[in-house]
Design a protein around this ligand. Structure first.
Ligand code: ZN
Length: 175
């Protein structure tokens, strides 16, 4: 624990099992911003345009987002695509959403480019296709988590290893 946050093997974890305190407000961290600049420039050289559409989210803004979804779809459904406050990886300051929140983003040229190149710049596709039961989230081709050098190992030739698998941890709400 550091500032109320869980680190496992020096990796900050926010998932359905591990939460961050409401006071944890790092903002979008410089190491992520630097890595994203490199990712964006490399993409541009391949004719791919990337932009951050969602970065740091505070506990309080996640609280309003989640509660709006619960009001619209009910808690059970909301839990499949929106994090409860304290459980969003966006609160770590190490996660971003890029370009589009459409489920077919993974099939676009930008989505495919990310699948193949994000790991070269320290990012992972945090919620890969087919790993829903492990991460606790639907496939999110737009959600990138910055992990530094570890990204190359997790890439695993395109068959992403999730942080849950790598660290041997769960992602389940306790209630
Ligand atoms: Zn996201």
């Amino acid at each position: 624990m550091k500032n109320g946050a869980y680190y496992i093997n020096n990796i900050l974890i926010a998932n359905k099992t591990y939460s961050l305190p409401s006071t944890y407000t790092p903002g979008l961290l410089p190491e992520l911003n630097n890595a994203f600049e490199k990712l964006k420039n490399a993409a541009a050289e391949d004719g791919i345009s990337l932009k951050i559409i969602s970065g740091f989210r505070s506990y309080h803004s996640q609280n309003s987002i989640y509660n709006n979804y619960v009001a619209r779809d009910g808690k059970k459904e909301a839990d499949t695509y929106s994090a409860r406050p304290g459980h969003s990886e966006h609160q770590t300051g190490l996660a971003i959403d890029v370009n589009s929140l459409m489920f077919d983003f993974g099939e676009t040229k930008e989505g495919k480019w990310l699948q193949n190149h994000a790991h070269q710049y320290g990012f992972i596709i945090r919620y890969p296709e087919g790993k829903e039961a492990i991460t606790g989230y639907r496939y999110e081709p737009w959600h990138l988590r910055y992990v530094g050098e570890l990204s190359k190992e997790l890439y695993n030739d395109g068959n992403w290893i999730t942080l849950e698998e790598y660290l041997g941890i769960t992602s389940n709400y306790q209630n």
